[in-house]
Design a protein around this ligand. Structure first.
Ligand code: SF4
Ligand code: SF4
Length: 382
């Protein structure tokens, strides 16, 4: 009977409203176990089948060849290679590279970097698995005032850093999903539709569980949060300041990318400060090294500094939060604004929600606030 009931509830997965409702404690344990099982199964499926990228051919470096020649081998538009080499997008694609003052070292580095962006399609399953796992845990905590077990949260973050990060490399990741859409509009990709699909995938995950992909699956988000949790320090920065900087950088990125500022179409502002390169062990420039060290040091006392101040997906998913299907819900009728949950929240998200701010700070669905309310006024739900 127990399993029949569980399966019957499970069949409500299509209807998000019914899927988790009204389970007994033992059923919830089973549900957590099921979430874990799905996570492990998807990971094990990914290991043999995940990497669908074509075998990389050895490219012979010869600077008497043209940009078009190498772009064809790499299966990218010549403009994209020109941008990678720091040349204007309208540079001649037929001339020998020597005539364009491109050295073999420049070309090697550009090829290496472009190849590091190749995605393994199996990694998408990992994002789904980790998001689903977080979603299951959040739904099972908070009910009847129960907290999310800290050990489980920490373990999930560690797994995300190593499996979604170091084990599988930097691509795909939510940050580049946003940047690639705009790069496609600037003519830097042959397949703008696939870039749009790439973004929609991460956008959908952010909508389903209120930034659940950031909170539970993104490896750089997880790494920052782990450092923050270890340090035990917490300085909350006004959301207006952190979000203001994120917006300015995003607008700056668009202005440079489309050549409205700087006069060189195709320049990507985030390129030299993209921390996801860490997962490919490819911090090739000084700016990348400094940026990553700065993000990690800042994480000692700020909650997710890169996400809050810089990440374009952080900004876009903050907008998407407004239509999230599942999120932290406060029962304002029973809430006494005692600040217990606000003290648990690593940023301004809970305070803004209690105060019903019009533009509340991002909630990363970390689950810290669950179980903190003596009046059971907080839950994760619709
Ligand atoms: S906001 Fe943070 S967690 Fe989300 S995609 Fe960006 S780096 Fe990852
Ligand atoms: S503690 Fe703050 S960021 Fe974390 S889930 Fe609660 S409201 Fe969101």
């Amino acid at each position: 009977m127990f399993f029949v009931r569980f399966l019957r509830k499970g069949s409500g997965v299509i209807s998000f409203g019914r899927w988790y409702g009204g389970l007994s404690p033992s059923e919830r344990k089973l549900q957590i176990f099921a979430g874990l099982l799905v996570l492990v199964s998807i990971i094990s499926l990914w290991i043999p089948w995940g990497d669908s990228s074509p075998r990389e051919v050895v490219i012979e470096i010869d600077c008497s060849r043209s940009l078009s020649h190498y772009a064809k081998i790499l299966q990218i538009p010549p403009k994209s290679l020109a941008r990678e080499l720091g040349k204007p997008l309208n540079v001649s694609k037929k001339k020998p590279l020597t005539e364009l003052a491109i050295s073999s070292k420049d070309l090697e580095e550009a090829i290496h970097h472009l190849r590091s962006h190749r995605s393994s399609s199996g990694k998408y399953f990992l994002y789904v698995a980790f998001s689903f796992w977080g979603f299951t845990l959040l739904r099972n905590s908070g009910k009847e005032g129960r907290a999310l077990p800290g050990g489980i949260r920490t373990t999930s973050l560690v797994l995300s850093v190593f499996i979604v990060g170091f084990l599988t490399g930097k691509s795909p990741n939510p940050m580049e999903s946003v940047v690639k859409v705009f790069k496609a509009f600037a003519g830097l990709y042959n397949d703008p539709l696939s870039k749009m699909g790439f973004f929609l995938f991460f956008g959908a995950l952010a909508i389903i569980g209120n930034k659940i992909v950031c909170g539970w699956a993104c490896p750089f988000g997880a790494l920052q949060e782990l450092i923050y949790r270890c340090s035990g320090k917490n300085r909350k920065v006004p959301f207006l300041l952190s979000n203001g900087m994120r917006v300015i950088l995003f607008i700056g990125m668009l202005l440079f990318l489309f050549g409205i500022v700087g006069g060189q179409k195709g320049f990507v502002l985030y390129h030299g400060i993209n921390p996801f390169n860490l997962f490919n062990f490819h911090l090739d420039s000084l700016s990348l090294k400094i940026a990553v060290v700065a993000y990690l040091l800042a994480s000692l006392f700020l909650y997710r500094p890169f996400c809050s101040f810089i990440c374009p997906f952080g900004l876009v998913s903050w907008g998407l939060e407004q239509c999230s299907l599942k999120k932290i819900i406060i029962d304002h009728k029973t809430c006494t604004a005692c600040r217990a949950c606000m003290n648990k929240c690593p940023n301004q998200a809970m305070e803004d929600r209690i105060k019903k701010a019009k533009l509340p700070c991002d909630c990363f669905s970390c689950g810290n606030c669950l179980g903190s309310c003596s009046f059971s006024s907080i839950r994760y739900g619709s």
